[in-house]
Structures are given as structure tokens and as C-alpha cells.
Design a protein around this ligand. Structure first.
Ligand code: ADP
Length: 201
């Protein structure tokens, strides 16, 4: 994945570059929502979100990748500061240890159980908690993975819609962080987010 990024937000446009970077951006006031395909552990934004579980002790998917890249200090910090983990729909902040970011926001998304168990509100809560933590910490840029869209099985289209609607609402109300980037691991997930971004009012 190239490190070169779009610096200019082009409303609703999908930009394809020679080095294979695909990105889409949309402005909301002075802030920007950006979609890219990539590996979130390599992002040099101020804060990256992790799709964690309630135990906050690492796991598979993006959680495993973040723990491997951050090093054992991350697990030690989580054990010490959050002995009881965190409930679904919330997030907690730690240092980023060996990652290029400054903070990791460990968000606990819901496990998909058919959609009538409060999953939508919990998923929105996981994103909202990260956005609030980022503002409290003074992070100017924040990267998200597709929370709950892997092992937790949330159907892609509603999950992407909730993610973008929650970020859009927060940015309209608060105006920060100035950059929210979704770092998506596959073309398929990227396309679901691109569709949902197009639908965002
Ligand atoms: P959950 O348990 O919340 O579903 P997963 O880690 O299983 O979390 O999946 C969440 C999303 O993160 C999936 O779309 C998965 O493909 C993606 N993912 C896995 N590894 C990475 C990574 N290194 N960077 C960004 N996204 C990743």
C-alpha cells in the first residue's frame, strides 16, 4: 500500500492513483471523512481505533494485528488499567507503544445476533466513544477499522451506514477531529463504505 495520500478532499469523488491507492473523501464543515484500503497498524494518524472485545486482552483479526505490531507493552497497559475490560458499545484509550500513532482507542463493537438485540445502538456507541475520546485527547486525526464487520459478523451494508452516519453526526456537531479515516482491509469492505458514504445525507 503506497504511503502517498490524498491531501485535498474532493466531495464524493473516488480517486484512483498510479500506485494502486484508492481513496474517497467527503468534507463535513472543516473536517474530512476519508476511505482508504490498507492496514491500520501502519497509519501515522494521532489515534487508531481497535475492534476489541470486552475482555480487552487481544484477539484475532485487527485486534491481533494491532497487538502484534504494538508489542507486549500494550497488553501490560490494558491489564493494569482496565482489569475488568470494557462493556460493548464503549471504548477506552491506551498509548500506542510501538505503533506510529499516539493513541489506540479500543472499541468494543457488538456481536451480530440477528439485529434485534440492540446491535445498531451498540455499534454507534463504539464509534461515538472513540470520537469523544479522540476529542478529549486532542487527536486531530483518527483512523477506524470496520468495527464488528469481521469475526463479529455484522452485515456490511448496515454496519457501514451506521459507522458513517455516526461519524457524520459527530463531525457536524463537534467539528473535530479534522480527519476521520476508515482504513478498510479489502476492496469489498471499501466498496460497502463507498456506497454508504454516497448515501450519507
Ligand atoms: P470484529 O470482531 O469487530 O468483527 P475483526 O478484526 O474480526 O473485528 O474485523 C473487523 C474488520 O477489520 C474486518 O473488516 C477485517 O477484515 C478488518 N481487519 C483485519 N485486519 C486489519 C488490519 N490490519 N487493518 C485494518 N483492518 C483489518
Amino acid at each position: 500500500m503506497g504511503r502517498w495520500r490524498a491531501r485535498i478532499a474532493v466531495e464524493g469523488a473516488t480517486l484512483r492513483y498510479r500506485r494502486g491507492v484508492t481513496s474517497t473523501a467527503r468534507s463535513i464543515g472543516n473536517a474530512t471523512i476519508e476511505l482508504v484500503i490498507g492496514d491500520i497498524t501502519r497509519e501515522s494518524v494521532d489515534a487508531i481505533a481497535n475492534a476489541a472485545n470486552e475482555a480487552l486482552r487481544g484477539g484475532g483479526g485487527v485486534d491481533g494485528a494491532i497487538h502484534r505490531a504494538a508489542g507486549p507493552g500494550l497488553l501490560a497497559e490494558l491489564r493494569e488499567r482496565f482489569p475488568d475490560g470494557a462493556p460493548t458499545g464503549t471504548a477506552v484509550a491506551t498509548g500506542a507503544h510501538d505503533l506510529p500513532a499516539r493513541w489506540i482507542l479500543h472499541a468494543v463493537g457488538p456481536i451480530w445476533r440477528g439485529g434485534d438485540q440492540g446491535e445498531a445502538e451498540q455499534l454507534a456507541g463504539a464509534y461515538r466513544s472513540c470520537l469523544r475520546l479522540a476529542v478529549e485527547l486532542g487527536a486531530r486525526s483518527l483512523a477506524f477499522p470496520a468495527i464488528s464487520m469481521g469475526i463479529y459478523g455484522y452485515p456490511p451494508h448496515p454496519a457501514a451506514r451506521i459507522a458513517l452516519a455516526t461519524v457524520g453526526e459527530h463531525l457536524r456537531e463537534v467539528g473535530a477531529p479534522e480527519l476521520v479515516r476508515f482504513v478498510l482491509f479489502s476492496e469489498e469492505t471499501y466498496e460497502r463504505f463507498a456506497d454508504a458514504l454516497g448515501e450519507l445525507t
